[in-house]
Design a protein around this ligand. Structure first.
Ligand code: F6P
Length: 318
């Protein structure tokens, strides 16, 4: 059973329009609502891949139905704690060309008791089990809530995959050697915030990822949008470039990549196969609205089309 933790889920409201023009009256072509938030999206993609998944974290009591329907439809075990209020709605403005603008709204307030209850829901996690912790903290929770949970689980031998940003990521990466995550997936901005310096050059980006590997994180994946992602481990790495991308909403593509990384780690794939699979999950997600993967055969076909480049060649611009 793979556990996915989301402290601050969201109902994603995607508004499709021809072009976003600030200050104008815009007519939308359509609107849809999907259950979302980083760990929810990861859980949903893992379930589509056929793995047994449980969702942990917090959900607003007032609008839990859309999440409960997703869990029921995909057989995701629901261990999410209900809290007073509504889960936030995040607005995604999707233009015809594929560009998305995110307006993420504030959500429910949570407290230390809620964080403790989420930790309790994971008390049975055994050494070797996989736990994904991703996304922002709910208002009212300490900035290090996810990091503390990650460190406690890793210290118990759980294999932890993290997709955090800002102070939460910094706190998680500052854990002592025995309490570090197995894998992290920062994007360029998140890695820059951790490093405290700009990482515009590919060589600088790679050096920062290697610093994390040297600290004891087995796998660092730096996502680079349409360019793909750099997969860096102790024995080297690759740049994985996606096949031709569909013009879908990019919302949740990073979460699909986290799901692909997690599935590959659970399946024991080596780095190159892992990079192909994770990139194919992200590319496959772009073909679908909402947190859904295409059928596994389609994802495998995409994985075969992913281009892998030695990191030295990528850094040298070859
Ligand atoms: O937790 P955060 O960082 O606010 O991100 C939440 C948003 O990110 C997504 O999970 C996409 O990555 C959306 O589903 C959601 O609206």
């Amino acid at each position: 059973m793979i556990r996915c933790v989301t402290f601050n889920p969201a109902v994603d409201q995607t508004v499709s329009l021809q072009r976003l023009q600030p200050g104008e009256v815009l007519r939308a072509d359509g609107v849809r609502q999907d259950p979302g938030g980083k760990g929810i999206n990861v859980a949903s993609c893992l379930a589509d891949w056929g793995l047994a998944v449980a969702a942990h974290g917090l959900l607003g009591r007032e609008n839990a139905t859309i999440f409960e329907q997703l869990f029921a439809a995909k057989g995701i075990a629901d261990h999410m704690r209900r809290v007073p209020g509504a889960t936030r709605t995040n607005i995604k403005l999707l233009e015809a060309g594929g560009r998305t603008t995110d307006v993420n709204l504030p959500g429910f307030e949570a407290g230390a008791l809620d964080a403790a209850a989420v930790a309790d829901s994971l008390a049975e996690v055994a050494a070797g089990e996989m736990v994904v912790i991703s996304g922002s903290q709910a208002a009212g929770l300490g900035a290090d809530t996810s990091a503390r949970l990650a460190a406690a689980l890793a210290a118990r031998g759980a294999r932890v995959v993290l997709d955090l940003s800002g102070p939460a990521l910094a706190a998680a990466l500052a854990a002592p050697a025995g309490a570090l995550p197995l894998a992290v997936k920062p994007n360029r901005a998140e890695l820059e915030a951790w490093a405290g310096r700009p990482l515009a050059e590919r060589s600088a980006l790679l050096a920062a990822a290697q610093e994390l590997v040297a600290r004891g994180i087995a796998l660092v994946v730096v996502s680079l949008g349409t360019e793909g992602a750099a997969f860096v481990g102790a024995d080297g790495g690759v740049l994985a470039a996606p096949p031709a991308l569909a013009h879908g909403s990019t919302v949740g593509a990073g979460d699909a990549m986290v799901a692909g990384i997690t599935a590959a780690l659970a399946e024991g794939l080596e780095l190159q196969a892992l990079a192909r699979q994770a990139t194919a999950f992200a590319a496959g997600k772009l073909r679908h609205a909402g947190p859904h993967l295409p059928p596994p055969a389609e994802v495998r076909a995409l994985a075969a089309q992913v281009r892998l480049l030695p990191l030295a060649d990528w850094v040298a611009g070859r």
